[in-house]
Design a protein around this ligand. Structure first.
Ligand code: GLA
Length: 329
């Protein structure tokens, strides 16, 4: 009996740093995968072609953060949350770039959970893997990455309400390309990310849940930094809703304008962009056939994403949305 599972990476079209306040996001899966092949065993032994050391683990894990080598923490996080009956001996192959902001860690978590026999729906799988990520990395991430990888659909982006945890697939028009460009490896990600989460909690202590707040509500926040963070989140939620309608209606020019507004908000109010990412977006916007472009994901490096006419760009990866994580056998 062999086990074979695959989980894709993801790119976020719009809606960053909103998920952990129960806000709106609109990511899609990409046609790059992490695959695990193996056989059932009493413990876990996984080799990855990208890593010099294997993940060798028992099935009882107390603290995933102390597991070595570092990549094995994500495997351990899933084992700690899933508490599987059996293990696996096998290999991991991936073409998702590691540490590039395309959710290689979430893809690994989902693949491991399925390989270890997870049974249940996409939302439960995503919630389990989100808890695994938090235990493994110590970063208080939201649910976007795990949920889009669990619930992804071919040729569709997902409009996700991270408060209700509801997913609405939105067809990506045929006459558009989604292009991802890698800009730089991410630095300072975990500390800066946790700081943003804490800043949103401070905003919510003053004006209540950001998912229900208006821009007018944010004006009463006394600290200007906290006010700026809240204004990003509130305006970004609104942009995501509008973007979903525009994409579904094929108004790509207007959708692109919202992507640029999202980038500018992350750059000016949320401070998660970097000068090289800003320059990459500027460069993209100067090219013919580009409707919009923005940084994508957690920021502080990673990738930029553009919405373009077919064939508009020579560099970058044209990505296609694919079905979410699944067992192949
Ligand atoms: C990372 C996190 C997600 C989300 C994004 C920013 O990818 O894992 O939960 O917060 O950053 O939108």
């Amino acid at each position: 009996m062999t086990i074979h599972v695959r989980a894709p990476g993801r790119v976020n079209l719009i809606g960053d740093h909103t998920d952990y306040t129960g806000g709106m996001v609109m990511p899609m899966t990409i046609d790059r995968w992490t695959e695990i092949r193996g056989v059932p065993a009493d413990n876990i032994s996984l080799r990855s072609e990208n890593e010099s050391q294997p993940a060798e683990l028992g099935l009882q894990i107390d603290d995933p953060q102390h597991v070595e080598p570092p990549w094995a923490k994500y495997v351990a996080g899933v084992v700690a949350e899933l508490q599987p009956y059996g293990g696996i001996h096998g290999t991991i192959v991936t073409d998702i770039p590691i540490g590039a902001g395309l959710s290689s860690s979430a893809a690994l978590e989902l693949a491991v959970a399925l390989a270890l026999g997870f049974e249940g729906d996409a939302t439960t799988l995503a919630q389990l893997c989100r808890r695994a990520e938090i235990r493994a990395s110590g970063v208080p991430c939201g649910i976007m990455d795990q949920l889009v990888i669990a619930a992804g659909q071919a040729n569709r982006a997902l409009l996700i309400d991270c408060g209700d945890v509801t997913v609405e697939p939105v067809p990506i028009p045929d006459d558009v390309e989604v292009v991802v460009q890698f800009v730089a490896h991410r630095v300072l990600v975990s500390s800066a990310y946790a700081k943003r989460v804490a800043e949103c909690e401070r905003a919510e202590a003053e004006i209540g849940p950001l998912r229900n707040a208006t821009l007018h509500d944010t004006l009463s926040i006394t600290d200007p930094v906290i006010r700026a963070r809240a204004q990003h989140v509130v305006s970004e939620n609104e942009r995501v809703r509008e973007f979903a309608q525009l994409l579904a209606g094929g108004d790509l020019a207007a959708a692109g304008v919202l992507m640029v507004a999202s980038h500018n908000s992350l750059r000016d109010l949320y401070l998660t962009s970097t000068p090289v990412m800003d320059a990459a977006v500027e460069h993209l916007l100067q090219q013919r056939g580009v409707y919009g472009a923005r940084m994508t994901g957690g920021g502080f490096g990673g990738c930029v994403v553009a919405l373009t006419e077919p064939g508009a760009l020579d560099d970058g990866w044209i990505v296609r949305a694919v079905d979410g994580a699944h067992r192949v056998s």
